[in-house]
Design a protein around this ligand. Structure first.
Ligand code: PLP
Length: 380
């Protein structure tokens, strides 16, 4: 891709939609450094036995590549439903599950169906910036909702805003990215109630990091709530960001509704075969999740011991600060060979939990930062 950062946008002269003009595409800087802890990826490569199983499944699928894939991905949706039923505390069937190329595509399909021109969506920022970007891409208006100092959602103010603005889609991200904050069931129910009284609107719970949480999944809340959707991904817990497989669970009517906008045969046979192979290895992959959760907790404890403020984390990453100038702190950590993320939340940075060795390297860099700062203060 061209780097247009110094030359202005190459598309400035094209007749693009007015609302896209002057905007920047989504993207974390990918720098070639020894330790990259900036994109919330799972640091563990897939186990060899799973790689072999993927090769086997893909080989089988390859024999039929002259045919379009199963348009409805029935086998995959059945296995995803089985996985949710087993791990997320609520029985769902394939009719209530839908899959697409990453949860980004799931979210896009939801906004194409329930948002769009003349409609609005609300998210509680700071949060996953793609919610606003997908809203923009689908012509949906965007509203930024209120959070408290500790990054929990300000429920009273949020209810008021929903009643006033009557958004068509409400995004609740739990655990939230970039803060790591989990949302409790009571908050989801309060916001759902407010959204139903106002419109009624769709409430989308983005649980991309659900498997890393100290709390149970919010999936059981979909029971009896036809406008509540839970979005999940295989990118994080399954260590399969390269696969591009996200899914939703909701009332079957929601799954029927997104059929109106999904592209025919959107999920390739190769993707379906690979995801099915990964689901066969669920237990091994959830073992890595358990290791990452304990590494995440170690990062929280050690950063606090070093004197940093750390936001409670239920995800595979940790938000830490506070910095007078987070950009400078980011650069000084980078100078030591560790790439973390500056999400633009003033005073805070985010680090993804890596392997124990990667986390040690990051903690060493954080320790050096503290020592340097203490030295500077002493000299001043
Ligand atoms: C909160 C949240 N939702 C969704 C996604 C998208 O995940 P994917 O499209 O890889 O499933 C991410 C990725 O970082 C995320 O942080």
């Amino acid at each position: 891709m061209r780097d247009d950062s110094t030359t202005g946008n190459a598309w400035d002269e094209l007749p693009i939609r007015d609302e896209l003009r002057g905007q920047s595409p989504y993207g974390a800087p990918q720098l070639d450094v020894p330790v990259r802890l900036n994109t919330n990826e799972n640091p563990y490569p897939l186990p060899e036995a799973l790689v072999d199983r993927i090769a086997e499944r893909v080989r089988e699928a390859a024999r039929d590549l002259n045919r379009y894939p199963d348009r409805d991905a029935v086998e995959l949706r059945t296995e995803l439903a089985r996985y949710l039923t087993r791990t997320a505390g609520h029985e769902v069937g394939p009719a209530g599950v839908w899959a697409a190329n990453g949860s980004n595509e799931v979210l896009q399909q939801l906004l194409q169906t329930f948002g769009g021109p003349g409609r609005t969506a609300i998210g509680f920022e700071p949060s996953y910036s793609m919610h606003a970007l997908i809203a923009r891409g689908t012509g949906t208006g965007w509203l930024s909702g209120p959070r408290n100092e500790d990054f929990t959602i300000d429920v009273a103010a949020a209810r008021e805003m929903i009643a006033e603005q009557r958004p068509d889609v409400v995004f609740i991200t739990s655990p939230n990215n970039p803060t790591g904050t989990a949302v409790d069931a009571r908050t989801v129910l309060d916001l759902y109630e407010a959204a139903q009284a106002a419109k009624p609107s769709m409430v989308v719970v983005d649980e991309a990091y659900g498997e890393f949480s100290h709390h149970p999944s919010l999936l059981p809340l979909i029971e009896g709530r036809p406008h509540l959707v839970l979005s999940r991904t295989m990118s994080k817990a399954f260590g399969a960001a390269g696969l591009r497989l996200g899914y939703l669970a909701a009332d079957p009517a929601v799954v029927d509704a997104v059929q109106l906008v999904r592209l025919p045969y959107h999920l390739s046979s190769i993707t379906q075969a690979t995801a099915l192979a990964a689901l066969e290895h669920t237990d091994t992959l959830l073992g890595y999740v358990a290791q990452l959760k304990s590494e995440r907790d170690r990062l929280v404890d050690e950063l606090r011991a070093l004197g940093f403020q750390v936001t409670e984390s239920d995800a595979n990453f940790v938000q830490f600060g506070r910095f007078a100038d987070s950009r400078t702190a980011w650069q000084r950590i980078l100078d030591q060979g560790v790439l973390v993320r500056d999400n633009g939340v003033p005073g805070w940075l985010r680090v993804s939990a890596g392997t124990p060795a990667e986390n040690d390297a990051f903690l060493d860099a954080a320790r050096t930062l503290v020592t340097e700062n203490a030295k500077k203060e002493h000299e001043a």
